[in-house]
Ligand binder design. Structure first.
Ligand SMILES: C[S@@+](CC[C@H](N)C(=O)[O-])C[C@H]1O[C@@H](n2cnc3c(N)ncnc32)[C@H](O)[C@@H]1O
Length: 381
């Protein structure tokens, strides 16, 4: 079950791990309230139950309260869930936002994950977010941990460096892993299972991620860089003619000159280093270091998707329906920028399979039967 599912980056990682462990994946419910990412999710997981809607409308009860009629219905549609995943919106937590935003009501959506766990009682809960989520004024992370522990979960959190998972990008994420004590194999803790960073591997650079896309012939806007405006063209020309990677102050807009910490803005990427964090601004020079290392243009959607760790078989644009694509260039940029790199859940779920926390349905014991009986009694009351 994937909440705040976007295009399905978290689910894709699980699907990849399941495939490697010869287990089929059954996506009982994936929910996002935006139409565009929902379409991409459906295209890539045609058998999944993907719904466009608000997560709060599926889980509308208070923490600790009896199931609401809507939650009982959600439970009856979904049934037994092995793993509940979600990346609630995180703008309010981001360090790029000012401090008042740490009190953003959107941050409370994090707690919907705790409520969903209370309703569904999955074996495993995974919540992904920005590192700054721990600074939230509502203390959503600690409240979620307390609640999950009350529900019988062993809980661990970690700051995961995606570079150490083979993603060619300097991106770190806050991950909460909760494993129900009944599903924890002897001798394991959630903290053990959350050890996923590979400290021995050398990081992948940009050449590794996108070197082969350098002169690909575009079939759609997916492989075509956005056309820069005249100012950006002039700035890119400067970078290339002077073999520079950072734009000097005098070439920046007036308001970006003087003392600033925005060296990477208007910058050019390096072939032999990982990319900076990909955001939905990857097609615009003034929104980060997004100029291609070898040609005066910003990244294409295909390049950004690769840097986010998506394989080429994952379709963001249906190129067969040219010239009227279902999604716009902006839709695709937002979807890719919002996505979670699949290698994250691939590594984590592999650990869960290897430890026996998750198994193919046929040989999994019915550990959660009692919980369903309890939920039914709850409802009857
Ligand atoms: C960070 S993105 C999720 C990325 C996704 N987990 C992935 O792996 O690709 C957050 C998503 O939450 C969705 N969203 C925000 N608030 C929502 C809500 N109240 N109900 C449903 N979806 C919501 C947004 O549309 C966005 O696609």
């Amino acid at each position: 079950m994937d909440l705040f599912a976007g295009c399905g980056g978290l689910t894709l990682g699980i699907a990849q791990a399941a495939h490697r462990h010869d287990v089929s994946l059954d996506v009982r419910l994936a929910v996002d309230f935006e139409a565009a990412p929902t379409k991409v999710f459906k295209t890539n997981f045609p058998k999944a139950n993907v719904q466009e809607g608000a997560v709060e409308s599926y889980f509308d009860g208070d923490l600790g309260a009896s199931l609401t009629p809507q939650e009982a219905e959600t439970l009856s549609i979904v049934g037994e869930v092995g793993i509940l995943i979600g990346g609630p919106p995180c703008q309010g937590h981001s360090n790029l936002n000012n401090h008042t935003r740490r009190d953003d009501p959107k941050n409370r959506l994090y707690l919907r994950m705790a409520r969903a766990a209370e309703v569904l009682r999955p074996r495993v809960v995974v919540i992904e977010n920005v590192l700054a989520v721990v600074n939230d004024k509502q203390q959503v992370v600690s409240r979620t941990i307390v609640h999950l522990k009350k529900l019988g979960y062993d809980v661990a959190t970690s700051r995961i460096n995606l570079l150490k998972l083979g993603v060619a990008q300097t991106r770190k994420r806050h991950i909460l892993l909760a494993v129900h004590r009944d599903a924890l194999p002897f001798g394991f803790s959630a903290a053990d299972l959350l050890q996923i960073e590979d400290h021995n591997s050398s990081p992948h650079d940009l050449r590794w991620a996108i070197g082969d896309l350098f002169d690909v012939r575009p079939k759609s806007f997916f492989d075509e860089a956005a056309v820069p405006n005249a100012d950006s063209q002039r700035r890119m020309k400067y970078l290339f003619e002077n073999d520079e990677y950072n734009l000097p102050n005098e070439h920046r807009p007036e308001c970006h000159r003087g003392e600033h910490n925005y060296t990477s803005m208007y910058g050019r990427l390096w072939w032999d280093r990982p990319s900076q964090t990909i955001t939905s601004g990857f097609a615009t020079m003034g929104r980060g270091r997004f100029v291609h290392p070898g040609v005066p243009r910003c990244l294409t959607a295909h390049e950004a998707a690769r840097i986010q760790g998506f394989p080429d078989y994952f379709k963001f644009v249906d190129e067969r329906v040219k010239p009227r694509y279902e999604l716009t260039r902006t839709d695709v940029q937002i979807i890719i920028g919002n996505a979670v790199p699949p290698p994250l859940t691939e590594a984590l779920t592999s650990n869960l399979f290897d430890a026996g926390v998750l198994q193919a349905k046929d040989d999994s014991p019915q550990l959660l039967e009692d919980d369903y009986a309890a939920a039914a009694v709850d409802l009857a009351c």
